[in-house]
Design a protein around this ligand. Structure first.
Ligand code: HEM
Length: 424
């Protein structure tokens, strides 16, 4: 699964690359130090495999735009999936001048297009972009405002304190995915509960597998329903308008990609983003004084927080030179998103959160053919999510000292586990 593969990479990264320093928003100091060793540099993973780390903005863009770097972790196993003895065997093979082992595997998932290369990726992705219509996004915008307001009113009805993650940041993207896929209101609780367990790497293996299987069955039933009774949602569109038609396995996989990619990301941007604004009162005041800064603020938070962290990787399928460094075929490349998005050659005063920052491209949504498919939706979710929160709760502040906010240091996608706030 996408979550599983991301977790595998997290497990083999040296600790200095992930252990945060005092500021919860800054990249790990060890990662920051590594920047000094170059925009493209060798990286030894904990399983002994040799990889490459990219810390520069232009270099990261070059990798992500280059078809010689593959997203297909099934056909070209990335270095995180190798056992130490396989790493040694591969090194010996390389010394004998043989091709890297572990490539050429034919088995693949049916519709996990985020882990495919063109042309298969192109075909599946295009079917989805055709469903992300302007009309559908506009309708979502209106519903999203309703959802945001309802959740704030529910928080207010319960008192003057809440965990913003559980009460607001998580339910918003979760309900939006339900709307998008056409999940019935009555079924939402089951859907949300299983999603929460399946996507949480702190769940036990067995518990997660059970929730994953339940979710798979749920989406399979949903596909069957949309086949018989199409409604005006993205999944019905995929079932009925795809030419040639998609198989059930492809449809379920594609729905699962949307679910996984669209859930934890936006939720963590809302949670960590709110903390970043509260901890930068001058920036928050500037935004409150001029609400038209919201679009700028969203882009700046995406850049500054780079929550996907070290989660974007590729495997070289040809020998490639990037930033003057030779990368042999078979090498896994890890993009250091927090570093690339704070590259001083690209961003002035890069370590500062600045809601007035002149809009410049960032890499938070990736780049190239896999660039985030849900970015317009994510932007609407953040724009409305932050705006409604800040206007309806003008006294919003932390209910605990900032050092006590539990950070997702253990997670592939960075953020906060909980955000106790008050608005009294
Ligand atoms: C891909 C980030 C929200 C759906 C990506 C990638 C990044 C990213 C970095 C590229 C991965 C790669 O190249 O390997 C984010 C962030 C989000 C967000 C930071 C929130 C703030 C969403 C939402 C959805 C979504 C709301 C959907 C409903 C997808 C999909 C892909 C993707 C389907 C795969 C695209 C492909 O492989 O062609 N996202 N995302 N994302 N995202 Fe997002």
């Amino acid at each position: 699964s996408p979550a599983g593969s991301a977790t595998a990479m997290t497990r083999v990264l040296p600790a200095d690359m992930t252990e945060r320093g005092k500021c919860p928003f800054d990249p790990a100091p060890g990662l920051e130090r590594r920047r000094g060793d170059g925009a493209v540099q060798p990286l030894t993973l904990l399983n002994g495999a040799r990889a490459v780390l990219v810390t520069g903005f232009e270099e990261a863009r070059a990798v992500l735009a280059d078809p010689r770097f593959s997203s297909d972790r099934v056909r070209h196993r990335d270095a995180s999936q190798l056992q130490p003895h396989e790493v040694a065997e591969m090194a010996a093979a390389a010394e004998r001048g043989e091709a890297p082992a572990g490539t050429g595997v034919e088995s693949r998932t049916d519709g996990m297009f985020v882990f495919m290369d063109p042309p298969e990726h192109t075909r599946l992705r295009r079917l989805l972009t055709g469903q992300f219509t302007v009309r559908r996004m506009k309708a979502l915008e209106a519903r999203l405002t309703e959802i945001a307001v309802e959740h704030i009113e529910a928080m207010q009805a319960r008192g003057t304190e809440a965990d913003l993650v559980a009460a607001y940041a998580l339910p918003i993207p979760s309900l939006m995915i339900c709307e998008l896929l056409g999940v019935d209101y009555a079924d939402r609780e089951e859907f949300q509960a299983n999603t929460a367990i399946a996507l949480n790497i702190n769940s036990g293996d067995e518990e997660r597998a059970r929730a994953g299987a339940a979710l798979y069955g749920f989406i399979q039933r949903l596909v069957n329903e949309k086949r018989e009774n199409p409604t005006d949602d993205l999944l019905s569109g995929l079932v009925h308008d795809s030419d040639p038609p998609l198989t059930d396995a492809q449809l379920v996989d594609m729905a699962l990609v949307l679910l996984g990619a669209g859930h934890e990301t936006t939720a963590n941007m809302l949670g960590l983003g709110t903390l970043a604004l509260l901890e930068n009162p001058d920036q928050l005041a500037a935004l409150r004084a001029d609400p038209t800064l919201i679009d700028n603020t969203v882009e700046e938070l995406l850049r500054y927080l780079s929550i996907v962290q070290l989660g974007v990787t590729r495997v070289a399928i040809k020998d490639v030179t990037v930033g003057g460094v030779d990368i042999p075929a078979g090498t896994t490349v890890v993009i250091a998103m927090p570093e690339s998005n704070r590259d001083p050659r690209q961003f002035r005063d890069a370590d500062r959160l600045d809601v007035h920052r002149h809009r410049t491209p960032h890499l938070a949504f990736g780049h190239g053919v896999h660039q985030c498919l849900g970015q317009q939706l994510a932007r609407i979710e953040m724009r409305i999510g932050f705006s409604e929160l800040l206007t309806r709760l003008p006294n919003l502040r932390l209910a605990v000292p900032a050092e006590e906010v539990p950070l997702r240091n253990d997670m592939q996608i960075f953020g906060v586990h909980a955000l106790p706030v008050t608005w009294a």
